[in-house]
Design a protein around this ligand. Sequence first.
Ligand code: ADP
Ligand code: MG
Ligand code: MG
Length: 213
Amino acid sequence: DSRQLGVGIQHILELFEQNLRAHEEELGHIDAIAGDGDHGQGMVLGSSGAVHAGRKALERGAGARTLLVHAGTAWAESAGGTSGALWGAALTAAGGVLSDEADADPATKTRALLAAVDALQRLGGAQPGDKTMIDAAAPFAQTLEKEFNRCGDLFTSLSAAAVTAKAAAERTAELTARLGRARVLGEKSLGTPDPGAISFAMLMEALANHLGQ
Ligand code: ADP
Ligand code: MG
Ligand code: MG
């Protein structure tokens, strides 16, 4: 049922927080080159806020939908910053696809992931090439959708999408930033990947590995 799904989602949020804590310093260093250096800190605060909100929602008997809506709101509020607002909106949008009563089949889970990326694009307004997390998230969504339509297996599709996202995130090093804080120091960012793209790819890789267990 949806509560079981909620418990699974809560595990994923905890996994995100662990991964982000392990890479907090590294993400901060990447952001410091052309931004303000707080990306690692923002992602740790956001994910940890989401974990706390998710736990509280589960304690109150919430299903997957409510859990993700609360976790998303908490992520945005706890993180502050651009990436926090975007990740919060992504979680909330994913929750909007899920139900508080029923479990989700693989097609619904895929649609939830696609809705999350859609929210990132709509709220941030970034285009591919602007050197943001969209440079990883957009090709991730394209691969996920294409692979899922081809094989119907979430783990296979998500694994392929995570590989695509990682390669795309690394390629953002070749771009000059045009949006966000980094726009002021755009030229300086050449040769360094976008921190938001790197963290996005990292979390999708962790998610794919988790589903494979
Ligand atoms: P802040 O820029 O407020 O300090 P963070 O450092 O946490 O926030 O996040 C920076 C990341 O946010 C960038 O690396 C980029 O990936 C992402 N970002 C910034 N602006 C946008 C946008 N308009 N659309 C999508 N992602 C964006
Ligand atoms: Mg920053
Ligand atoms: Mg900042």
